[in-house]
Every structure is written in C-alpha cells, then in structure tokens.
Write a protein that binds this ligand. Structure first.
Ligand code: T3D
Length: 263
C-alpha cells in the first residue's frame, strides 16, 4: 500500500506532521493540501494536542506547488492560479496563523516557493544548516504567494525582501537566521532532536496564554500603539482568568515547578 502523502504522529501533547512526497521534494499536489488541511483541522479541535511540529520527509522540506500539475499545451487555457490560492494555499496559511497552539517548523532541507512561505507562517522556525530558502516564484514568472510578500518585508526589511523576491536566489539557513527570517539554524544531525525538545517544552507551557500571545503579535502588524494597548488589556484580562495563570502564580510562591494544563 502507498504511504500517505502527509504523515501524522502524536506523542503526548505534540503532534508531528511530515510532508511525505520525498521524490518531489514534498511539492504540493491537491491530495497533500487536502490531507494537511484535514490533519490541521483535527488538531485544532483536540485539547490534548498542545503543539504542532511540521517537517518534511527526505532531503527537502517542501518545493512549493507541484509543477508537474501545471504543464500546459500550446492551445490549453492557463489554470486559474487565483483559484488555487483561494481554495488551497490561503486557507492553509490562515489556519496556521490562527491555530491556537504553537506551530514549530523543522526545515530539514530546501524550502522553495510556497514551501518557503509555509515555513515562515509557522511560529518558530528551526532549520538544518544544509537547508535553504528560495522565493522561486520569480524564476517561473509568478509572484511570491502564501504570505511571502507579507512575511518577507516584515521579517527581513524591504531591501532584503526585494532581493529575495526579485532574484529568487538560494538563502542558506545560517544566513536566514542571521537576517532574522527564522529562529535558528542548527547542525543537520541535531535538527529533529532540537525541534522535538522544543515541542515537548511548549507542550507543558500555558497553551491558552501562548494562543493569546500569538493573537497579540499577529494583530500588532496592523494596529497602532493605542489599539495594541487596548488589545493587550483585553487579552490579559482573558489570560488572568485561566487556570494556568493561577497555577503559575501559586507555583512561583510555593517555589516549585508549575504544572500547566493548557487551560
Ligand atoms: O500553481 C499554483 O497553484 C499557484 C501556487 C504556486 C505556489 C508555488 O510554490 S510556485 C513555485 C513552485 N516551485 C518551484 O518553482 C520550485 C521548483 N523546484 C526547484 O527549483 C528545485 O527543485 C529546488 C531548487 C527546490 C531544488 O533543486 P535540487 O537541484 O536540489 O533538486 P531537483 O533535482 O531540482 O529536484 C529533485 C526532484 O524533485 C526532481 O525530480 P526528478 O528529476 O528526480 O524526477 C524535481 O523535478 C522534483 N521537484 C522539485 N521541485 C518540484 C519538483 N517536482 C514538481 N514540482 C516541484 N515544485
């Protein structure tokens, strides 16, 4: 039997998702989109899952859209790429940004096109030193999608965003880390160990509080300071009513490690 094109394993509070089309560097086809969306939807609803870890099988992380599905004959009508963004890529990026639990991305190899921007949509991005990021769109006449034109200038500034998007050159993981595009580059052999350690750590953190942090940071991109202060007030009110906050304060005063239940 053929293996699924997206694998899902659960271990304690951590759900590990692996993109699994290694012979295509895990390029996206419709089946991969559908399965990934289904898994994320399930995980969203599961209280027991407190962290999602995303990675790729084989030597690549994800090479973006499977271009084998985009071959056109001379006379054929071009596919409506706006439609595929609307129905497949945009919902994926929105789902990851809105997920009320942290998403760690372990970039195990090349991340190109929508694959690069999929990684950038995650909350904490670790990459193997041999991995790289390529805004490959300009090489085939397309525009960076999956949030690329939003993430890039915010993460690395306008000059670097333009260079990356217009030249489509390979950005090695260590440079990506030094530019602030990702959290850290680590030796290849340590990638999955580090990513899983981080995931286990976050799985015992105050999950509701982390979800509110994600919400506040996301809103900060479009809020002015006044609106952000108001939002912090509202979110802090909510955080202050969680069981985990109670536990955090009690544990601090008792001089013991807190036990957070994620509520
Ligand atoms: O279409 C829409 O719906 C709109 C949305 C678009 C989103 C997008 O992501 S557009 C951008 C699409 N992606 C690309 O343009 C990247 C294409 N791939 C590459 O440029 C290179 O493969 C890499 C730079 C990523 C890696 O290069 P390298 O030399 O390490 O590997 P390779 O030999 O090129 O690839 C290995 C195999 O994977 C190869 O197959 P083969 O020859 O061994 O049978 C190659 O064809 C396949 N592969 C890699 N990327 C894709 C792919 N097959 C289909 N689609 C791919 N994107």
């Amino acid at each position: 039997m053929r293996e699924a094109v997206v694998l899902l394993e659960r271990d304690g509070g951590v759900a590990e998702i692996t993109l699994n089309r290694p012979d295509k560097l895990n390029a996206f086809n419709v089946e991969m989109h559908r399965l990934l969306a289904r898994h994320l939807e399930e995980l969203e609803a599961e209280e027991a899952t407190r962290v999602v870890l995303l990675t790729g099988a084989g030597r690549g992380f994800c090479a973006g859209q499977d271009l084998g599905d985009r071959v056109m004959g001379e006379e054929e009508r071009a596919p409506d790429l706006g439609e595929t963004l609307e129905t497949l890529y945009n919902p994926l990026i929105r789902r990851l940004r809105r997920l009320e639990k942290p998403v760690i991305c372990a970039v195990n190899g090349v991340a190109a096109g929508a694959g690069a921007n999929l990684a950038l949509a995650c909350d904490i991005v670790l990459a193997a030193r041999s991995a790289s990021f390529i805004q490959a769109f300009c090489r085939i006449g397309l525009v960076p999608d999956s949030g690329g034109t939003w993430f890039l200038p915010r993460l690395v500034g306008d000059a670097r965003a333009r260079g990356l998007a217009l030249l489509g050159e390979k950005l090695p993981a260590e440079q990506a880390a030094s530019w602030g595009l990702i959290w850290r580059a680590v030796p290849d052999s340590e990638l999955m160990g580090e990513a899983r350690d981080l995931a286990r750590r976050l799985a015992t953190a105050p999950t509701r509080g982390l979800a509110l942090i994600k919400q506040a940071l996301q809103a900060s991109w479009s809020n002015d300071l006044d609106a952000q202060l108001d939002l912090e007030r509202d979110l802090q009110r909510e955080a202050g009513r969680t069981e985990d906050y109670r536990e955090g304060v009690r544990a601090f005063l008792d001089k013991r490690q807190p036990v957070f239940r994620g509520r």
